[in-house]
Design a protein around this ligand. Structure first.
Ligand code: ATP
Ligand code: MG
Length: 355
């Protein structure tokens, strides 16, 4: 076996957290004999400073040539006055486009040890383990739009939503495949009572479901789903939805999770996929060695699961993170009286010991 991983640390805490995740990957590699190798590339403000562009061609090529991309974070006020077309954030949009990243997966799993960090009551949050599968490159964000026109004597603007059957089919299959690896339940979220795109979405998802007799399919309207996430989040396994609804529900679900430093994500592409924590570059704590690397470490576990199909190695990482928390270790963002305070390097070591 041998796998090539492109590592893009990016800006701010990006280097600290990706260094930590690579250390953990090396540890599971030792144990499972995966044969991982790493190529480091620049993106974001760091790349802009060196090369005058937030996304050098060389970075794109390296990503395409690898089995998976581990991404830290980009951005920071240092680049606030840069030409908008060259801002650090453009790197992630460019990668999305160049790698055809059509789906965003956001798991929300609340470790027993972290239940108290959620704004919801502990009894509602305990056991939450869901993943939102959001369509990422279609829908209303990418349809025809008009910034301003005159219509019947008034100024108006419009955005057009459209989805094609192949687009919905592809994301639905991903959701069902994901559910097969999990608890076998898909909730498809739409607004089929008012939107034509949602009715096509619902029909297409139902068709895909026929090929997955072992996976249960439910449909929910987005307004109801938003409410259910707040009152009974444990009911969900895999939620699949379009770009706009997914954007909103992903953030709502992240709040249920409670601690931003803990949360991983995957952006699935037609060939290479990209894995990154959901938080930003945290310029306020960059360089201090205190960032919580768990979101990035759990993103690396997702890379093992979804790109390399190394489920046992992925589970080993997730279990080690859980164990580190259960044993009372906390980075400063999660620290409270009575717990063992650990900086980035120390928590990495604690996790590696538990692999
Ligand atoms: P964006 O890049 O999306 O604009 P932002 O600047 O709003 O993001 P972040 O960079 O994620 O947000 O930071 C928000 C807050 O959370 C900051 O105070 C930051 O220090 C903290 N934070 C984010 N990630 C981590 C982490 N991994 N460990 C500790 N604290 C974190
Ligand atoms: Mg930021």
């Amino acid at each position: 076996m041998s796998y090539k991983i492109t590592v893009i640390p990016g800006d701010g805490i990006g280097k600290e957290i990706t260094d930590s995740a690579v250390e953990v990957l090396e540890k599971v590699d030792e144990k499972f004999g995966l044969g991982l190798s790493y190529t480091y590339k620049d993106a974001g403000g760091t790349a802009y400073d060196k090369f005058g562009t937030p996304l050098p061609d060389d970075t794109i090529e390296a990503c395409k040539a690898s089995d998976g991309v581990l991404f830290g974070a980009v951005g920071g006020d240092k680049w606030d006055n840069v030409d908008p077309a060259l801002r650090p954030e453009k790197a992630i949009l460019g990668l999305r486009k160049n790698l055809g990243l059509y789906a965003n997966l956001r798991p929300v799993k609340v470790a027993d040890a972290l239940v108290e960090y959620s704004p919801l009551k502990p009894e509602l949050v305990k056991g939450v383990d869901l993943v939102i599968v959001r369509e990422l490159i279609g829908g209303i964000y990418f349809g025809d739009k008009c910034e301003s026109e005159q219509h019947n004597g008034a100024e108006r603007a419009w955005d057009l939503e459209n989805y094609s059957v192949p687009e919905v089919d592809r994301i639905a299959k991903l959701a069902f495949e994901t559910a097969k690896l999990r608890r076998g339940k898909v909730t498809s979220v739409d607004k089929a009572n008012v939107l034509a795109t949602s009715r096509l979405w619902r029909r297409t998802v139902a068709k895909v479901a026929e090929s997955y007799p072992d996976v249960e399919l439910n449909n929910l309207y987005v307004d109801n789903c938003a409410m259910q996430l707040a009152i009974r989040p444990t009911q969900f396994d895999v939620i699949v939805t379009g770009n706009l609804f997914g954007d909103i529900l992903s953030d709502e679900a992240a709040v249920v999770g409670g601690s931003i430093g803990m949360m991983p994500s995957a952006s699935i592409g037609t060939s290479t996929s990209l894995y990154e924590p959901i938080h930003g570059s945290a310029p306020d704590i960059a360089g201090k060695g205190i960032a919580n690397p768990m979101g990035t470490i759990l993103s690396a576990a997702m890379l093992l699961r979804y790109s390399l199909h190394e489920e046992a190695a992925a589970k080993a990482i997730e279990a080690a993170v859980d164990k580190a928390l259960a044993d009372g270790y906390r980075t400063p963002d999660l620290w409270k009286e009575g717990f063992q305070k650990a900086n980035t390097e120390e928590i990495t070591k604690v996790i590696c010991e538990r692999i």
